[in-house]
Design a protein around this ligand. Structure first.
Ligand SMILES: [Cu+2]
Length: 481
């Protein structure tokens, strides 16, 4: 393969660069990149504390169930916010990343693939990376406290069909099932329970590894959309506004812009790309026009779009830099411009190979020795809910205590709920895809029940929830034939 090594500076210009982002697996980070990320987290706690602010918001609006109060988690379709889980956390990561890029434009928030990277002694937990925060911020981690997802569980989740397109007015059923299974299943909940401490409660964003975990959840959503919703037109999943990003929330003297969750269902609207295996492909993308504050990418900060990645960046296939746009692409070792790349006259574009890496085989950026500047600012534990076991209802994990089996599935006129132990009381609730409760009953001193549907449930997907003393034992999808 004949790759192009480029050192281009089409225009010389001086302006402040703030990043877009190419997000990568943290295992692809150099030591200096890790130090920059760790220092950014520490540094944000010294100023107006965005780490704490995002955690408190996440805690205070965690979940109110089906109520008029809007919340971030576990939304069924009849809640006004529908399934806001993915979109809200996407904005949360973006807001954090933007704040970090003001400190260092080359920072992007990496991801932790918890289905593969499962050792409590992996480099994720090194003292000069995520391990550094545990003692300094009193996070109370207890690595290994639950089960992380298996690759097979990820594959199964990602195979959820994005069916029924165009969606019914109540939303895209495939998306709803995918979002619900992601949020309540081990691919999302596993890391919260496994890390434990603050990460296992409503204030989980106080633990920086939250952002690496949710980066992975966001990456999977992005891949699912590409695989399951291709060519299915625009995307309608929620209301047109969401908490915190509704144009009224103020942080550090500035009102955050309003963001329509439907609009950011496409990650490129935020200028975010995910890289893996030392390759970042920038395609089907139009760089924002400099100074256009109505563009979400610039509404947080007026900036130049700058993409940085240590390894190969391939730019093309409808990647356009329009007139008035400013784009800067920087790799440590390799950039390929392929057909479909276009920088229109009147734009600024530069592709730059990091100095010190011109020899093609040098993959690592020269290490600038930089120390971690840590601060010891424990969070105020009075309002912490780290021991709130209900924050993440991990069905497999709680199932270790009470195993719930549902059969047959699909079902015709009746479905059985079988527990492996007799419980003093438990409750079975069944929702239709619009979130409406179609069945609800409490049982005492039983280990199995048979539920008869009364012949008026239309065939399709339902969600069954089995709980005891307000603790969820199982949430699962069932299909009525
Ligand atoms: Cu959350």
């Amino acid at each position: 393969m004949n790759r192009l090594f480029l050192l281009l500076a089409i225009f010389f210009f001086v302006y402040p660069i703030e990043g877009q982002s190419i997000r990568k697996n943290y295992t692809e980070m150099t030591n200096s990149e890790k130090t920059a990320l760790v220092n950014a987290f520490y540094s944000l706690r010294n100023g107006p504390d965005l780490v704490d602010d995002l955690a408190i918001f996440h805690r205070d609006f965690f979940s109110f169930g089906i109520s008029p109060n809007r919340d971030i988690h576990r939304n069924l379709m009849d809640e006004p916010e529908h399934q806001i889980f993915f979109a809200w956390h996407r904005m949360q990561i973006f807001e954090m990343e933007q704040a970090m890029q003001e400190i260092d434009p080359n920072i992007s928030i990496p991801y932790w693939d918890s289905s593969i990277d499962q050792s409590p002694t992996s480099s994720l937990w090194d003292q000069d990376f995520m391990g550094s925060f545990d003692a300094n911020w009193s996070l109370g981690r207890n690595l290994g406290s639950g089960n992380l997802p298996s690759p097979a569980q990820v594959t199964a989740l990602q195979s959820t069909p994005g069916s029924n397109w165009p969606p019914p007015t109540s939303g895209n059923i495939g998306y709803y099932v995918y979002a619900n299974n992601m949020e309540r299943g081990s691919v999302h909940v596993g890391a919260h329970v496994w890390v434990a401490g603050t990460m296992g409660g409503r204030s989980s964003p106080r633990d920086p590894v939250f952002y690496l975990h949710h980066g992975n959840v966001d990456r999977l959503w992005d891949e699912w959309e590409k695989a399951q919703l291709s060519n299915q037109g625009s995307f309608h999943m929620t209301s047109t506004t969401m908490l915190r990003y509704d144009g009224t929330y103020n942080f550090d003297g500035e009102t955050l812009p309003q963001v329509d969750p439907d609009v950011i269902a496409d990650n490129k609207v935020l200028g975010v790309f995910y890289a893996q295996n030392q390759l970042a492909e920038l395609s089907d993308y139009t760089v924002s026009i400099f100074g256009d504050g109505t563009d979400i990418r610039q509404a947080f900060n007026t900036h130049t779009e700058s993409f940085y990645y240590q390894y190969l960046i391939r730019v093309g296939n409808n990647f356009e830099v329009p007139e008035g746009a400013r784009c800067h692409i920087e790799s440590v070792n390799e950039i390929e411009l392929i057909p479909g790349f276009e920088a229109i006259a009147g734009s600024s574009f530069a592709a730059e190979i990091d100095q010190g890496a011109m020899a093609p085989l040098i993959l690592l950026k020269e290490e600038e020795t930089e120390d971690i500047v840590s601060n010891r600012i424990p969070f105020d534990l009075n309002d912490d809910d780290r021991f709130d076991v209900n924050a993440y209802d991990f069905k497999e994990n709680i199932g270790d205590k009470v195993k719930v089996t549902i059969f047959p599935n699909p079902f015709l006129h009746s479905i059985n709920v079988q527990l492996d132990t007799q419980l003093a009381n438990f409750k079975v609730t069944i929702f239709d895809v619009s979130g409406k409760i179609v069945y609800e009953n409490n049982f005492e001193g039983r280990d199995s029940v048979r539920i008869l549907e009364n012949h008026n449930w239309p065939p399709g997907i339902y969600v069954i929830e089995v709980s005891s003393n307000n603790q969820t034992l199982l949430v699962d999808k069932i299909i009525k034939q």
